[in-house]
Each structure stands twice: as structure tokens, then as C-alpha cells.
Design a protein. Structure first.
Length: 186
């Protein structure tokens, strides 16, 4: 792995890395029987990631990240041939969260999560579609140690599938969800 971090200015940093990860004796869930684990031999992941974190302006903060991953089997087993893509690894993924201080006690947040399509299991027969999810939030400071918070996840109530246990057990993402909370710091 090789990486670089650059402090663009005070309180704002950009970091990036390229990597190659080789793993031996890997395993995965059986694509047809989630109660069984199968050997998948060895894997290689070539990747790149980049992130931006900190204050863009005095009132606007951001946490953003992008990743590219090419993960594949490098040795044959009964469960997977060389070149087979590793399950649940999207080639491209992106997340960004913005927070803007609207008033001295009120700030608003907006975030996006994007994930490209990926395979549900190691046999590469079932594809989970890519998705983009939007989230929003509002924060109101009550005191120095207490904050009221409202979050709306999956703002547009999209159907999406972020993960799976195998080809027959695919997990849907949450529908629109609203959470209210009181955050206390001690």
C-alpha cells in the first residue's frame, strides 16, 4: 500500500492510497446453502481510495470518500474458478456527508451513499443492483452539552439491496426512516 495525505489548508485534508491485498485460505458462504462455508482459495484485491475531510468554510464541513476495488479469486477451488469476482465487493463506491451551520444553534446535514452493482455470492450468478441513497439531518444545540437531532435515512424511500448472505438470502435496505434523538456529552 502507498498513500499520501495533504492538508489542503487548516482543518481540511485530502488523502489517497493505492493498494494490493493478497489473501490465502479464504472462505465464503455456499451460494446455495447459507449454513455451509466453502473454501475459495486465494484472493487478490487491487484498489484505490480517496477521502476529503474537514472544514470547507467556517460553516461548512464535509466527509467524503471514494473507493475503487477489483477483488477476484486467484486460485481454483471447487467453489470458484480463477478470475471469479469476490462477492459483495462493488467496483465503485462513494459516500459524502455535508454539514452546514445555518444559525449559531442550528445546522443541517445532507449525505449520499452510492454503491455500484456487485455479486451476491462467489458463483457470480446473482447480481445485486447498484443504488444511491440520500439522507438528511437537522441538529439544534440546546446547551453546551446537549443537542437535539433529527435524521431521515433513505429520504426518497428507494428500494435497494446493500448485502446478501448468498444467492437466495438477499437483504433489502431500510425504507425511509425518521429518528429523533437527544445527544448528551459528558
Amino acid at each position: 500500500e502507498a498513500g499520501v495525505k495533504w492538508d489542503v489548508r487548516r482543518y481540511l485534508s485530502l488523502s489517497t492510497a493505492v493498494y494490493r491485498l493478497d489473501r490465502d485460505n479464504t472462505r465464503s458462504r455456499d451460494p446455495n446453502d447459507p449454513t455451509r462455508i466453502v473454501q475459495t482459495g486465494s484472493q487478490r484485491t487491487n484498489g484505490y481510495e480517496m477521502s476529503l475531510n474537514g472544514s470547507v468554510t467556517r460553516k461548512w464541513t464535509v466527509a467524503a470518500g471514494y473507493a475503487y476495488q477489483d477483488a477476484f479469486i486467484t486460485s481454483a477451488t471447487t467453489a470458484a474458478l480463477p478470475g471469479t469476482e469476490v462477492a459483495l465487493v462493488p467496483n465503485h463506491s462513494l459516500s459524502i456527508w455535508n454539514n452546514y451551520q445555518l444559525l449559531p444553534r442550528l445546522s443541517l446535514g445532507l449525505g449520499l451513499i452510492h454503491q455500484e452493482e456487485m455479486f451476491a455470492a462467489i458463483d457470480n450468478t446473482v447480481t445485486l443492483p447498484g443504488f444511491t441513497r440520500a439522507d438528511i439531518a437537522a441538529y439544534y444545540t440546546l446547551t453546551e452539552h446537549m443537542r437535539l437531532q433529527a435524521n431521515v435515512e433513505n429520504l426518497f424511500d428507494r428500494t435497494y439491496f446493500p448485502t446478501a448472505h448468498n444467492n437466495n438470502s438477499i437483504s433489502p435496505g431500510f425504507p425511509r426512516a425518521v429518528r429523533l434523538g437527544l445527544v448528551a456529552r459528558f
